[in-house]
Design a protein around this ligand. Structure first.
Ligand SMILES: C[S@@+](CC[C@H](N)C(=O)[O-])C[C@H]1O[C@@H](n2cnc3c(N)ncnc32)[C@H](O)[C@@H]1O
Length: 237
């Protein structure tokens, strides 16, 4: 649960970096219609992600966890004219909706851009293997199921070029990585300060994910200490 201070700070940052992109506004609205508006990245976190993509000259980007396309549209916006995005979503109705929004956004773009978006519906743990011939890729944004973050990292290590960019949201698991060691199926007491509960597998996967990406012999990394935690890393090998 966010503190009053965190909410105020988030609102202030969102007011400094408002969303101008009509398709992104629509994606947020459709997420609201699915009843999951709150699980998209915030506008100001998207700004950090876009900044990193532009700074690193990313052209071929992969995303895990499309939802209705909010973050994917943000990624697309920051790619160069010949950029391409492969985005994975296991929920069929969300993937279908995202596809419509991406297609409309590309049609509305009159800049002569040749950007491409491929929405891949299915479990990313399997589907990622279907695109490896398109690689090596320049970057990946990991925002899917938390228990598979290490699987996504293993794929990225194999399929991103040296110097590739890895971005991952929710690496604090709402605080559980540093302040919750309980398994929700075993512990009925609420000692998580009102935060969402995560099970011991999710917590241990995220701790291993963070530890590997913070190994300076493998990655040049940092963590933006937002409420959810945004990890940014450059692959050094
Ligand atoms: C946090 S939401 C993504 C939000 C989106 N990146 C945004 O900011 O607009 C996570 C999404 O990942 C999807 N997801 C969960 N497990 C998945 C898997 N194994 N493969 C692909 N997508 C998955 C969920 O259905 C959900 O829509």
């Amino acid at each position: 649960m966010r503190s009053k201070e965190q909410n105020l700070q988030g609102n202030y940052l969102d007011s400094l970096f408002p969303i101008h992109n009509a398709a992104m506004k629509r994606a947020k609205l459709e997420a609201k219609n699915f009843g999951v508006e709150g699980i998209s990245v915030s506008a100001h976190e998207m700004r950090i992600i876009q900044w990193a993509i532009k700074a690193c000259g990313i052209r071929k980007m992969v995303e895990i966890g499309t939802l209705t396309g909010f973050s994917g549209l943000g990624l697309l916006e920051s790619l160069p004219q010949e950029g391409a995005l492969w985005t994975f979503e296991k929920d069929e109705s969300r993937a279908k909706q995202a596809k419509v929004i991406f297609e409309e956004a590309l049609r509305a773009d009159t800049s002569g851009s040749k950007k491409q978006v491929y929405v891949k519906c299915g479990d990313a743990r399997n589907e990622l293997e279907t695109i490896i011939d398109e690689g090596p890729f320049d970057g990946i944004f990991i925002d899917g199921n938390k228990s598979a973050y290490c699987d996504y990292l293993a794929w990225a290590e194999r399929n991103l070029r040296k110097g590739g960019l890895i971005l991952a949201d929710n690496v604090f698991l709402s605080g559980a990585v540093y302040d919750q060691v309980t398994d929700k199926s075993k512990d009925k007491s609420n000692n998580s300060g009102g935060r969402p509960r995560f099970n011991s597998k999710q917590i241990s996967v995220m701790r291993a994910f963070n530890a590997r990406l913070c190994d300076s012999s493998l990655f040049d990394s940092c963590i933006v200490p937002s409420v959810e935690g945004l990890l940014i890393a450059i692959k050094l090998f």
